[in-house]
Write a protein of this length. Sequence first.
Length: 331
Amino acid sequence: MKKRPHVVVTRRLPDAIETRMRELFETELNIDDVPMSPDALAAAMQRAEVLVPTVTDRIDAALIAAAGPQLKLIASFSNGFDHIDVEAALKRGIAVTNTPGVLTEDTADMTMALILAVPRRLVEGARVLSADRDWAGWTPTWMLGRRVTGKRLGIVGMGRIGQAVARRARAFGVSIHYHNRHRVAPQVEEALEATWWDSLDQMLARMDIISINCPRTPGTYHLLSERRLKLMRPEAYLVNTARGEIVDEAALIKLIASGAIAGAGLDVYENEPMINPKLLRLAEAGKVVLLPHMGSATIEGRIEMGEKVLINIRAFFDGHKPPDRVLPSML
Ligand SMILES: NC(=O)C1=CN([C@@H]2O[C@H](COP(=O)(O)OP(=O)(O)OC[C@H]3O[C@@H](n4cnc5c(N)ncnc54)[C@H](O)[C@@H]3O)[C@@H](O)[C@H]2O)C=CC1
Ligand SMILES: O=CC(=O)O
């Protein structure tokens, strides 16, 4: 009988996925769900043929260099793969896979929720009834936000999630603009009635809402730098459900605090899980809505991500190319 591959999983996964994983592979689970230290990850990479990490595991070049020769596949339970030094892995002959597509709609829903929540002061309003309970009733001038319909949305990164955000925003009467590494296919642009901006700077200066939906790569670190954030209009909002490091967080905080940008809706942060206390104060003041990196957090999505991990591992050990290989052209 063929030897079952030895798989190490770094965090708890949905029950159904863990059960199936145990049926199919020689599986080590992280039952306590405590994040693995770099030493624990290094040890796991010494014994595993397959590592199943998530976005909270930093698989850097040093860890990959120290991995045992039996490690053949890093099958990440995530869409983004910026936590893995893919180039170093591929150089060592270790394949890398991710779980694209199955969390597109969930993450776009959460992005749209932030696009609505920030200008319409949703969280502030909800807090009035849950905490203080001192609501004196409806008044014509209290708790006024900004209208969403008729506004211009600029999407940075018009891939799967960016396009799904555009589809939703159109239904709210928002006009779609985008900046992407490459212009998207004409039929996609046409269906979304989307306007392409070759210049990110020019787009930033004209939009009411900016949504960040590009991956974190060496090229997108602080893509929204202080200089670029300063191009935004004082009435504009920034929403980021991609990765914290794409935005210069300290500059964003400064500009919101000074009124140079109206506010922000964030699901991701530069130093997760640490949150800059100044951001928490802005949240108290109703200037930002902060979510704890939960863009893809649905039961359905997490099960489908797990299924993708299973399929990728099986395909690899059956001698096929796993469907969700991260290729050098994607880096
Ligand atoms: N908050 C959350 O829970 C989640 C966050 N994500 C994040 O969302 C990101 C996007 O996911 P998908 O839409 O599935 O990826 P995708 O690969 O389909 O789309 C990304 C788009 O960004 C573009 N892009 C790359 N570099 C760019 C640059 N410098 N400037 C402008 N555009 C650039 C690409 O050309 C591509 O069209 C992931 O990489 C991940 O970091 C993904 C899932 C859940
Ligand atoms: O941020 C989550 C992911 O899957 O990427």
